[in-house]
Ligand binder design. Structure first.
Ligand SMILES: [Zn+2]
Length: 43
């Protein structure tokens, strides 16, 4: 999904800005889509 708020990616430590593609990782934390440790989106 696209971020609706500004946040921080717990994987790379980078900023997550509104409109960026984000996904939850295996620890239920929001990360960049490219940073996820999961293979597929769990939606
Ligand atoms: Zn990241």
């Amino acid at each position: 999904m696209r971020a609706r708020f500004n946040g921080k990616c717990v994987e790379c430590g980078g900023e997550i800005k509104v409109g960026k593609e984000i996904i939850k990782n295996s620890k239920e934390k929001w990360v960049h889509k490219a940073c996820s440790d999961l293979e597929d989106e769990l939606l």
